[in-house]
Design a protein around this ligand. Structure first.
Ligand code: SF4
Length: 432
């Protein structure tokens, strides 16, 4: 028997000969499309008002659990798959807690091959907690440049300092102590406890959630709080005693390499016999997709001021977006403004420099969170002789030769402009 939920109001509605409680016919029809059995059986459906998108369920997750023998089999198959297929990742050599912590923070929103590159360089520069705490923030930001979400690296340093002050320079193997540290939330704490200390905490990253959504054929969006709670319980229940480190990583790795978001390897999947989505033909719809978040377009312009073979850069305010990174002065276009006008205005508003000879250097695009940014860069010259700015949107400034700019951490768009600037300057020099 099916139970049906949807976002509706309380009015009664006739739909194809059946009485339902719904005002939104579109919702209902799309909902029914996924449930031909409902239509075929001519079921009278009452749709209670509830929050969230239109969702139809079979038995409201009543069969979300595996039997004991299924659990034993899933554990065995996954661990065996992991033994044969796990990637050779540097922090897996010793599962040293500091390394596990850094790998987990770096791994958020980042592809594994990039994580490994950044991780190896990081460990060369900052081999332990003491080195992180003592490093100049700019050096940490530079090592993180390109990974984005720069508050993470600032939190790493704050946490390293606290670890030295309060925990003898060690990462605590305790949930509450971990949660009290900056930048460590329930997910990261569980990952550190299970992977570094082999404690029985389940870890639900996006890969693991997808695996469970398919294995259990979950027909509700994973973002719903009650679904997440149940998944947490299922994952905890499935953890084999004494093997949390291996099993959590096996699930994560299996999601990344086998049960991939697109084109999962169902034809050679060791868990196929336990996969309810495969049995029901719903793999392509699991996890239930959420409506795509609309990207917000932002158009910006900046001025790259060149004076006596040096380039002007300024450091952003610490609590701003891309806080403490370096940039060329610039900002968003105002209504009716052209990019070149915006660049000149922004340079003046942020530095009180008047500039001339604005020439387009490049237009670059990049994304951050829900924003799609188009950035127009212009090279320009100082109009007046003074080269000391009055800062209105930065904490400090520098005049740097082109060859020295790579020592500073920049946000993604400005870093792309640097590449263009470098090739333009080389071209100009070769022509002169
Ligand atoms: S059968 Fe396919 S969908 Fe199911 S767990 Fe295996 S790879 Fe994932």
């Amino acid at each position: 028997m099916f139970r049906v939920h949807a976002v509706v109001n309380d009015s009664t509605h006739r739909c194809r000969g059946r009485t339902v409680q719904a005002a939104d016919h579109k919702h209902l029809v799309s909902l029914e499309k996924g449930f031909p059995a409902l239509k075929a059986e001519g079921i009278r459906v009452r749709l209670p008002a509830c929050k969230g998108g239109a969702v139809a369920e079979k038995g409201m997750m009543k069969n979300i659990h595996y039997t004991s023998s299924e659990k034993r089999s899933v554990r065995k198959l996954l661990l065996s798959w992991f033994a044969d297929n796990q990637r050779d990742l540097p922090w897996r050599d010793e599962y040293e807690p500091y390394q596990v912590w850094i790998s987990e923070i770096m791994g958020q929103q980042t592809q594994m091959d990039r994580v490994v590159r950044y991780f190896n360089r990081w460990m060369e520069l900052f081999p332990d907690i003491t080195a992180v705490a003592a490093a100049p923030e700019q050096q940490l930001l530079k090592a993180w440049e390109g990974l984005g979400y720069y508050s993470r690296v600032k939190n790493i340093q704050r946490t390293a300092t606290l670890l030295l002050e309060n925990h003898g320079g060690q990462i605590p193997a305790d949930l509450n102590q971990l949660l009290a540290l900056p930048g460590i939330g329930p997910y990261t704490a569980a990952a550190i406890l299970s992977i570094a200390f082999n404690q029985p905490y389940p870890v639900l990253d996006a890969n693991v959630e997808r695996v469970f959504a398919r294995l259990l054929d979950l027909d509700q969006p994973l973002k719903q709080v009650q679904v997440r709670k149940k998944l947490q319980a299922v994952a905890a229940d499935l953890l084999p005693a004494g093997k949390a480190r291996l099993f959590n990583q096996a699930l994560m790795e299996f999601g990344a390499l086998a049960c991939r978001p697109k084109s999962p390897g169902c034809s050679y999947c060791p868990l196929a016999a336990h996969c309810r989505a495969l049995q029901h033909g719903t793999v392509d719809n699991r996890p239930v997709p959420l409506p795509r978040e609309k990207k917000i377009e932002i158009v910006m312009a900046c001025g790259i001021i060149i004076h006596k073979n040096k380039v002007y850069i300024q450091q952003r305010l610490p609590d701003d977006v891309w806080g403490s990174l370096w940039e060329f002065p610039g900002g968003r276009l105002k209504h009716g403004e052209t990019p070149i006008q915006a660049a000149g205005r922004e340079v003046f508003e942020e530095t009180e420099f008047s500039v001339s000879w604005l020439r387009p250097l490049a237009t670059v695009a990049h994304h951050y969170t829900k924003y799609r940014v188009t950035l127009h860069g212009f090279t320009c010259r100082l109009q007046n002789s003074g080269n000391t700015p009055i800062l209105h949107a930065a904490v400090q400034y520098r005049w740097i030769p082109l060859s020295g700019l790579s020592d500073f951490p920049f946000p993604a768009g400005h870093r792309q402009l640097l590449v263009h600037l470098d090739s333009e300057m080389r071209r100009e020099n070769s022509e002169n």
